[in-house]
Ligand binder design. Structure first.
Ligand code: HEC
Ligand code: HEC
Length: 283
C-alpha cells in the first residue's frame, strides 16, 4: 500500500481499494444536487395534488380529486361525443338504408363488432364462423335468407325451424333409404327407393321438390353438403329424420335462434343485421 499522500488533496473517507483508489469526500456536482432537490419538491407537490399515500383504510385523495374512474368517464364522454352524430342518424334509418351508405355502414360494422362478440359469438362463433349446432353466418348458405331484411327478422324475432320426427311412421328400411337419398343429393346424385319416399312422405312439402329447402320455413338445403347437424353422413341424417328438429319428441334436434327484440335496442339490432350482412354472405 502506498503511504505517499498529497496533503493538498481533498480529504478521503479512509476507504481504499486496490491499493490506491481512495474514496474522497467531494460534494456531488451542483447540477446533480439541484436535480435531487427538484425531484423532492416534485414528489411533495404530487402527493398534495394526486391520490398517493396508502393508509390503513383508504388512501390520501389529493386536492385535485383525480380518480381513474373520473378519467375513464371523461374519455367515454369524449367517445360518445364523436359517436353522437352517427348514432342520431342511425335511429331514423332502415337497416337497408344504412347498408347503402358506405361511411355509416363502416361505422356500424366497427361498432357492432363488440356487440356481436358479447351477444352472438357464444353460439355463432367469432366472426360468425359457426359452431357445432349453430349455423355459420359468414357464408352465403342461409336457412332463412340472406337479404338484409330477413337477417334483421332472424335477430329481432328469433327463428325456430320445425321438422316432425318420422321414426314412428317409417320402418328402419325406409329410414335407411331416405338417408341414402339425402346423402346422395348432397353429392348431386340420387337414390331411387329413397327418392320415392322423399316425395310420398311429404319431405318435398318443406324441403322442396329439388331438396334445396324453402327459406320461408328455414328448412335446410339438402343438396349443398353443408350440414346443419354434424357430422352429416347417413347415420346423422337418419337421426334427424327419425327424431325431427324442434319436434318436441325426445331426442329431437334442437335449433332455436332466440329473439333479441326485448334484449337489444332497435338500433343495436339494425347494427347487427348490417354487421352480419357484411360478414360476407349478404344477398
Ligand atoms: C343461444 C344460441 C344463439 C345465440 C345467442 C344467437 N343465435 Fe343466431 N341462431 C341460433 C340458431 C340455433 C340458429 C338456427 C335456427 C334454425 O336452425 O332454425 C340461429 C340462426 C341465426 C340466423 C339465421 C341464419 C340463417 O341461415 O338464416 C341469424 C341471422 C342469426 N342467428 C344471427 C344472430 C345474431 C346477430 C345473434 C346475436 C344478437 C345471434 N344470432 C345469437 C342460435 C343463436
Ligand atoms: C314441416 C317441414 C318439414 C318436413 C315435412 C321435413 N323437414 Fe327436414 N327439416 C325441416 C327443418 C325446418 C329443418 C331444420 C333446419 C334447421 O333448423 O337447421 C330440417 C332439417 C332436415 C335435415 C337436416 C339437414 C342438415 O343440414 O343437417 C334433414 C336431413 C332433413 N330435414 C330431411 C328430411 C326428410 C328426409 C324429410 C321427409 C321424411 C323431411 N326432412 C321432412 C323441415 C321439414
Amino acid at each position: 500500500m502506498s503511504d505517499k499522500q498529497n496533503p493538498t488533496q481533498t480529504p478521503d473517507t479512509g476507504h481504499v481499494w486496490d491499493g490506491n483508489l481512495r474514496e474522497l469526500t467531494n460534494q456531488p456536482p451542483k447540477w446533480w444536487m439541484n436535480t435531487l432537490y427538484l425531484s423532492g419538491i416534485f414528489v411533495v407537490i404530487y402527493f398534495i395534488l394526486y391520490p398517493s399515500i396508502p393508509l390503513l383504510n383508504g388512501w390520501t385523495k389529493g386536492i385535485l380529486g383525480w380518480t381513474q374512474m373520473k378519467r375513464l368517464n371523461e374519455t367515454m364522454a369524449e367517445i360518445e361525443e364523436i359517436r353522437a352524430p352517427y348514432e342520431n342518424k342511425l335511429k331514423g334509418m332502415s337497416a337497408a338504408a344504412i347498408l347503402a351508405d358506405e361511411e355509416l355502414s363502416n361505422y356500424v360494422v366497427a361498432s357492432a363488432k363488440v356487440l356481436f362478440g358479447d351477444r352472438c359469438a357464444p353460439c355463432h362463433g367469432t366472426g360468425g364462423a359457426g359452431n357445432p349446432g349453430f349455423p355459420v353466418l359468414a357464408d352465403d348458405d342461409w336457412l332463412y335468407g340472406g337479404s338484409i331484411d330477413s337477417i334483421q327478422q332472424s335477430i329481432s324475432n328469433g327463428r325456430k325451424g320445425m321438422m316432425p320426427g318420422f321414426g314412428a311412421m317409417l320402418s328402419e328400411q325406409q329410414l335407411d333409404d331416405l338417408s341414402k337419398h339425402v346423402v346422395a343429393m348432397s353429392k348431386g346424385e340420387e337414390y331411387a327407393p329413397g327418392k320415392e319416399l322423399f316425395v310420398s312422405q311429404g319431405c318435398i312439402g318443406c324441403h322442396g321438390m329439388d331438396g334445396k329447402g324453402i327459406q320461408m320455413m328455414g328448412s335446410a338445403n339438402l343438396t349443398d353438403a353443408i350440414w346443419r347437424f354434424a357430422p352429416g353422413g347417413e347415420e346423422s341424417v337418419k337421426y334427424t329424420i327419425r327424431y325431427g328438429v324442434n319436434s318436441g319428441a325426445e331426442g329431437a334436434r334442437n335449433a332455436v335462434m332466440p329473439s333479441f327484440k326485448d334484449k337489444l335496442t332497435e338500433t343495436e339490432i339494425k347494427k347487427l343485421a348490417v354487421y352480419v350482412y357484411k360478414l360476407g354472405g349478404g344477398q
